[in-house]
Design a protein around this ligand. Sequence first.
Ligand code: A2P
Ligand code: 11C
Length: 338
Amino acid sequence: GELVVAVAGATGAVGREMLKTLEGRAFPATTVKALASSRSAGTTVPFAGGELIVEEMTEKSFEGVDIALFSAGGSTSKQFAPFAVKSGCVVIDNSSAWRMDPEVPLVVPEVNPEDVDWHKGIIANPNCSTIQMVVALKPLHDVGKIKRVIVSTYQAVSGTGQKAIAELETQVRQLFNSQEPDVKVYPHQIAFNCLPQIDVFSDGDYTFEEIKMIKETNKIMGDDSIKVTATTVRVPVFYGHSESVNIETEKKITAKEARAILSQAPGVVVYDNPAEKIYPMPLMAGGEDPVFVGRIREDNTIENGLHLWIVADNIRKGAALNAVQIAELLLERGQVRV
Ligand code: A2P
Ligand code: 11C
C-alpha cells in the first residue's frame, strides 16, 4: 500500500542526509515530503535523481503521513511532533527534546531494537556521540559487563549544523588572508583550535553534551549500573566524531577477545593494525555507514580495563542513518502508525 514519509528539517545538514539515506537504502516510501521553515518554502532539495519542493512545516503537514523523520531542532520538535502523532504518524525525532521522556523509547537498532515496540507515537534518535559509542560497547557489555566508562570526544563541526560547517570554512579562509576571523556560532574561534565545551554548561560544570552521553548510554543499554563520565570537545574537523573510550569490565576481556567480539558485532568494523599504522580517522569514516573501532588495547592500570578509539560519521550513523534504520525497524516489526 501507500507509505508516506516526511522529513522535517529537510534543508539542514541532517535532513539532507536523511533524504540521501532513504534513497540509498531504497526505503519503500511511495511519497516523500520535504518540510522546513517558511524561510526555505518553495526552494528545492535533491532526492532520487530529481528534486523535492520544500514545504513550510505547519500543524497540518502530517495529515496522511505515516512516518516523520524530524531534525529541525528541539523547540520545533516540541511544537510540531504532538500534531504529527495526533494525525497517526510515527515521529522519529533526532533532537534532544524527547530522549529522556520515560514514555519515549531511545533506540539504536544494533543495541535495543525491541524498544520500538512500546512507542506511543514518538521514538527518539540518540545524540550522535552516544550512538557510535553504544554500538561498540553493547557487544562488550554482553560478554564482560561494563562497570565504568570514561570517554573523551573529538567532535566535528557538522554536529552543530550547516552554519557551523560554513563558519569553520570561512575562518580558515580568513586566517589564510590575514583577516580577523568571524566568531558567531561557537564561543571561540574553532579554526586551528579545540573547544572543551559542546552545548551549555549545566550541573557540576558538565556540559549538556556530556550529560547526554551519560544519561542516554544508561537508557539505551537498559542498565543504570554502568557508570559513565565524559569530556566532550569540538575540533576543527568537518565530518566524523572520534572518541577515546576507556572501559572497566566485571569479567576480564583481553584485547584479542575484544577484537574478535567487535569483528562479529553488527554495525562495527574493526580497523586496528598498529604495525601498518591502521586505525580509524574521521577523514576515512566520513560518508561511511559503520562505526569504526581501533587502538584496542588493555589498560593495565586496573584489573579489567580496555582502551578503544571509536570513529563514525556523525551525520550518518550519528543521525540520519540511525533514524532511517529505526524507520526500517518499524516496518519489520509492524509498528507503523500510532
Ligand atoms: P530552514 O532551512 O528553513 O531554516 P541545521 O541543523 O543544518 O541548521 O538545519 C536545521 C533545519 O531545521 C533546517 O532544515 C531548518 O529549515 C529547519 N528548521 C528550523 N526551524 C524550523 C521551524 N520553525 N520550522 C520548520 N523547520 C525549521
Ligand atoms: C554535536 N552531538 O556534535 C552534537 C549534535 O543532541 O542531537 C547533536 C545534538 C543532539 O554538536
